[in-house]
Design a protein around this ligand. Sequence first.
Ligand code: GMT
Length: 373
Amino acid sequence: MKIGINCFPTVGGSGIVATQLAIELAKKGHDIHLISYDTPFLLRTYRHPNITLDLVDIISYPLFKDIGAPYTILAGSKLARIAKESDLDLLHIHYAIPAGVSAYLAKQISGVPVAITAHGSDIHTLGVDPAYNPVISYVFDNIDGLSTVSEYMKREMEEKFSHNIEIEVLYNPIDVEKYKRIDTKLCDFRIQHEKNYVHVSNFRPVKNAPFIVEAFAEVVKEYPDTGLIMVGEGPERKKCEEVASKLGIRDNVTFQGVRVSITPIYNCASALLSASTNESFGLTIAESMSCEIPVIAPKVGGIPEVIDHEVNGYVYELGNRESLVKYMLELLDDPQRVRQMGAKGRQKVIDKFEAGKIADQYIKWYSKVLENL
Ligand code: GMT
């Protein structure tokens, strides 16, 4: 097939999912046009002959200084042009806003069928907002395929959006060769503590990262030589530093910024910690499990579809710091339990989220969309 995949070029989230899918489809011999406004993060260190990268032309004008270049129009033109010039079978949009609208316009111009995968805040945060909902609902009613990344998201979409097509649930693809257990001697030289926890995110408020620092401070009272490794960058990273200093644990917390390879860092940890107030799937959760590191995360969104409580990790009531601390201590005190849960977590990822299997599911979905035109 010849598929146009549009995505954000971001270091995490839907951009990673779209690019990982593009790589898997390319490996299976499909012809992929990856369309974005910058080189997607994974393609900065990997290329495949079956993947063509097309960048949206950002043409601005002084009149737009307060609203920015109208990306929806610019992306719509690019998608329509590529659809025609490359004779695409399908346009597949990741994250419904704003490119879902661009793809709808491209479909009117070029006739190319359009499928959208909704990822998270495009639905549960932005899409439900009356400022976005009327247009996004209309787009969902007038395209050819609609999918999302968890049963939780499907329920949200069915409750809050009108749509006249079946919503497919396709979990996110995880590269189990990239995310696996390695000898922790290859771990990052800056990690000084014997035992560590890790948190990986974009530090947006939805990740609730300062809450993790507060819980970690409780653990340090009992185990002073424990580390918390925080990976990523974003609006609340500085607040995490401030909370760590205020609680007297700044020396126990290292901030690694954005990292290309986080497998060595996952492997240094006794657990990955999440405190998200919402999470449609949680890529770092599945990546950590693939590295045989258990995860402690809140029982929100799609997380209970990824973590099986007390089997390959723990889910706790959102905001319950005592419960988070209890599970953190359990894993710190019991390396055997870490290994047992870790092994079960990797098996779950191999069974349910392995990238090649997920790509095959997407190919079946594309075929179904094209058959039902
Ligand atoms: O970062 C993105 O591209 C989207 C971001 C978001 O805020 O919606 O992440 C979402 O998509 C990821 C890939 O499907 C999921 O793993 C994340 O759980 C989801 N984030 C949220 O729902 C908050």
